[in-house]
Design a protein. Structure first.
Length: 135
């Protein structure tokens, strides 16, 4: 599993979009795995609580902005190297990712109806369309 520092270093040192894709794919796997389920559930609970609590909304905005800046920095590296197939602000792409992580929890919550393997496949294929690869 890649930790945050490992991902930063790996992205900084990678030399191709294919390599970047594989680094991000490995990192995604760490978020989608069973060990991340508690973290995803916590995020959903905080989001649900923030709907009716203005003070929590501000804290959530601050946390989301920090996360968007952190992941956005990785994506900025890819964008500068022309490895992204879309031209958007990296922080906006990072916030899309936050929604994706939350959707994983919704799939897990109703796993008898939804297929986590299908979610994984959709996510990887979407990443392939965002990251310019030779696939």
């Amino acid at each position: 599993e890649l930790g945050r520092v490992d991902v930063d270093e790996a992205v900084e040192n990678c030399s191709s979009a294919d390599e970047f894709f594989h680094i991000m794919k490995k990192w995604v796997s760490s978020f989608a795995g069973s060990d991340g389920e508690l973290r995803r559930r916590f995020r959903i609970e905080v989001l649900g609580s923030a709907i009716s609590r203005e003070s929590l909304q501000e804290k959530l905005r601050e946390a989301n902005r920090r996360q968007a800046e952190d992941l956005g920095a990785l994506l900025s590296t890819a964008q500068e190297r022309q490895w992204l197939a879309i031209d958007v602000k990296p922080q906006d792409l990072a916030m899309w990712w936050t929604g994706l992580v939350m959707s994983r929890y919704l799939v897990e919550m109703d796993h008898e109806y939804h297929d986590t393997a299908a979610w994984d496949a959709i996510t990887i294929n979407t990443m392939r369309s965002i990251i310019r690869t030779d696939f």
